[in-house]
Design a protein around this ligand. Sequence first.
Ligand SMILES: [Cu+2]
Length: 206
Amino acid sequence: MYQAIIGRVLWHLHASWGSSFVLDEILAIAYLVGVVMSVYYIKSYMRLWSVPGMIAVSLLASCGEGDGEVDDSLPSCEEDTRDDEFVVGIEKTGEAGFTLAILDSLPAPPAKGDNQWSVELRDASGTLMPGYALEVAPFMPDHGHGTGVTAIVTDDGDGAYTINPVNFFMPGYWETTITVVDEGPTDSEDDDIDIDSMVFKFCVEG
Ligand SMILES: [Cu+2]
């Protein structure tokens, strides 16, 4: 894209140099300025709508309101009825019948900041299922944002996986969607298949 733009600018400049009309040169310079300005505008627009940008914008819009005041528009964790109470072995079953159990959480219960989860994956018949990829996506539905910290998943064999970190960077109600993915025979994402997904719901204290 940049080569094409630069090529067109050079062509215009060449055309203007080749003639004796001052007007051509003025047009070429105006064109160059226009291209630079529009590229800069598009880049800044894209930066605004990138994931960190969206998080920053939604944080400014929703999480930053009421500086120094107690925000009582949202329930505290004690009042929140949407969350799961954490117990060792808490499990969720997806629509395809796969079950994911959290066998250990550091810390327990899950808290603000980075959490490490040891989980176990079984299929609908209860068989332990190693060899899948898990995609972990914490999300705050009240604020409409996720986290910028990517969870790294390790396949420990025999259906056991370690997820670290599950990042809850602010207090409140978080829904963590874990998607079970069959990555297929190649490294390419083209042959990835989503097998099942489950949602864990935890409210973390400030
Ligand atoms: Cu938030």
